[in-house]
Design a protein around this ligand. Structure first.
Ligand SMILES: O=P(O)(O)OC[C@H]1O[C@H](O[C@H]2O[C@H](CO)[C@@H](O)[C@H](O)[C@H]2O)[C@H](O)[C@@H](O)[C@@H]1O
Length: 382
């Protein structure tokens, strides 16, 4: 597969690979007692920055928070003139030269798939369900559920989400799939041939249907710490109107989508202040959300590799893994597929963003169309 050449497209600022945090948050020492050193990132803790520099960094974050995931309403409100709206369309079309639509490129995709075995990896929020103000209301439509069920009956399919595995299952409600919650740190997959990975053991378990499954939770030692930080973060933002906490089991989300822009800085400062006491946790930034998670070297990309291996689909050229996702954390999976040169990512975005994905789809409605087309293609080609 060809690598992309230099891009000329305008890039929206919520898509930086790693965000510059105050040093006390971004860097850390690996605790000596941590049980799985193979999974730990390795950096050393630095001294706190002087107040003024902290202030500058905070304002950098502020720009990111403002630019992050504007709602459709907000985009329309901000784009007042017809000319500006035309400009945005043009920018998007230019961007699509480098990230062609997976729908219009469908034939190229099926040509590439040929007789290969497809494996599908799907993100949840913003991919299978539209982004909404209240995370509890991010429901998947029945049509989307039917489309996912259909592809899952034809290809091995997994959902890899930042949400807790239980919560994403409650939304999706399909037993035909594999699920990875907490950004891949909680995987319920098929029984593997090898008993462990990276020194962390898998647990044999049974799913709700009584089927034997493999449970892989590389961050399980962090559970008490995540529980503690969830409470502290909740306390620290409770007076900020619109701030909302979400317990994603091995990660914590602090949502600010419904916070007044004037209070964004306060959210950032409160969150980073709490995290100063937790060098083993790190902060990432998603769509109007801060995500706090263990520093272990595990992400959605590693989860894709893990699942492919579990399915016996790694190390073979006969497999074409496709990952569909909309957020920064999905970039880890796009990168893995790009590097392995055996599959590709599809970025779901209605605005230009720099990405390691190969193709694009505009929104969950296009994702559904793509899934339907894949199922139809598979059925008529067998
Ligand atoms: O990996 P994902 O499945 O995409 O999870 C990432 C975060 O998704 C959810 O938040 C996002 O969707 C919400 C509902 O549409 C929206 O209100 C929020 O602003 C978005 O950031 C989820 O609630 C988070 O916990 C996940 O970290």
């Amino acid at each position: 597969m060809d690598l992309k050449t230099g891009l000329n497209s305008p890039v929206i600022a919520d898509h930086l690979p790693t965000l510059a945090l105050p040093a006390t948050v971004m860097t850390f020492t690996t605790p000596t007692s941590f049980p799985s050193p193979g999974l730990c990132l390795n950096t050393s803790k630095k001294l706190p920055l002087p107040g003024k520099i902290e202030e500058v960094r905070a304002s950098g974050w502020l720009d990111l928070m403002m630019a992050s995931s504007p709602t459709r309403k907000r985009q329309i409100k901000d784009v007042v003139t017809e000319t500006q709206s035309d400009d945005l369309d043009l920018q998007y079309r230019n961007w699509m030269v480098n990230y062609p639509s997976a729908l219009t490129s469908f034939e190229a995709i099926t040509d590439l798939a040929g007789s290969k075995k497809l494996a599908l990896f799907l993100d949840y929020d913003g991919t299978l369900s539209p982004i909404v103000d209240n995370p509890e209301n991010a429901l998947m439509s029945d049509e989307m559920r039917a489309a996912v069920r259909h592809v899952a009956s034809l290809f091995p399919t997994a959902i890899i989400s930042g949400r807790s595995r239980d919560k994403v299952f409650d939304f999706v409600k399909l037993n035909e799939l594999y699920y990875a919650g907490s950004h891949g740190m909680d995987i319920m997959g098929p029984i593997r041939k090898t008993a462990d990975s990276n020194g962390v053991e898998c647990i044999r378990s049974t799913d709700s249907q009584g089927k034997e499954v493999n449970l892989f939770q590389p961050a399980s030692e962090f559970l008490p710490m995540i529980g503690e930080v969830y409470k502290k973060l909740g306390e620290s933002v409770k007076d900020i109107v619109g701030a909302r906490m979400e317990d994603n089991k091995f990660c914590v989300s602090v949502h600010y989508r419904n916070v007044a822009e004037d209070d964004y800085k306060k959210v950032f400062q409160r969150v980073t202040a709490v995290l100063e006491d937790y060098p083993c946790l790190r902060l990432t930034h998603g769509r109007k959300v801060f995500e706090v998670r263990p520093v272990i070297d595990w992400n959605k990309g590693k989860a894709v590799e893990f699942l492919l291996e579990s399915l016996g689909l790694n190390e073979t050229e006969d497999v074409l893994p496709i990952y569909v996702g909309d957020d920064r954390t999905d970039e880890d999976a796009f990168k893995v597929l790009k590097a392995s040169n055996c599959g590709f990512g599809i970025l779901v975005s209605s605005i230009p963003k720099e990405s390691d994905a190969f193709y694009s789809l505009k929104d969950p409605a296009e994702v559904m169309e793509f899934l339907r087309k894949l199922a139809a293609w598979k059925e008529q080609s067998t």
